[in-house]
Design a protein around this ligand. Sequence first.
Ligand code: ZN
Length: 154
Amino acid sequence: MTPPKELLVSAIKDGTVIDHIAAGQALAIIRILGLSDYQKVVTVGLCLPSHAMGKKDLLKIEGRELNAAEANEVALFAPQATVNIIRNYKITKKFAVKLPELVESFIVCPNRACITNHESITTVFYIIPGKSARVRCQYCEKIFALEEIKEYNL
Ligand code: ZN
């Protein structure tokens, strides 16, 4: 017998639930949101069954409400994700993440020769939408798949 859905991951009182993360992407999101040393409860569901997606990941972050900029960053890795803001155990806001046109400062250019790695310049990356998003550096104009990006400014 399969348990009811609600029991798979425990409820949170106040915070954010990021649902419909493509399976395998939750850990990347933990990293970009800087949650690995977060001092409150983060519940991670990996490879949960999903009607719409087959399998999905899910994150519950106690005590933190995701802002729009952070939701954009999540969209890079999980363009289908939905963000639920929880207050006193109730969903008070629910929205789909949206791929931004560009991200500033967040991505460290993987091109070692890029000027942004040698001078204090804020990086700007344009998002190239697609099945898995790619990004283009404004300065060296190189295009990278997200998996090629190893460093982020958090
Ligand atoms: Zn560059």
